[in-house]
Design a protein around this ligand. Structure first.
Ligand code: FES
Length: 58
């Protein structure tokens, strides 16, 4: 089974990681013009959120 994690970057997107490789960067600031993907807009929007990590068990 692959190891799947969601890692929230401090002040940035949710990274979906499979076996240690990032397969998607999902916007969580609400300012991306390419939702659901992060386009880097969090850097200029003043978005603040803590880092977090969730391991998906299968
Ligand atoms: S988290 Fe990067 S644009 Fe929203």
């Amino acid at each position: 089974m692959p190891k799947v994690e969601v890692q929230s970057v401090e002040n940035g997107p949710n990274l979906v990681m499979v076996d240690g490789k990032t397969v998607a960067a999902l916007c969580r600031c609400g300012h991306s013009q390419k939702k659901p993907n992060c386009d880097g807009s969090h850097r200029t929007s003043g978005f603040h959120a803590p880092a977090a990590k969730i391991e998906i068990l299968s």
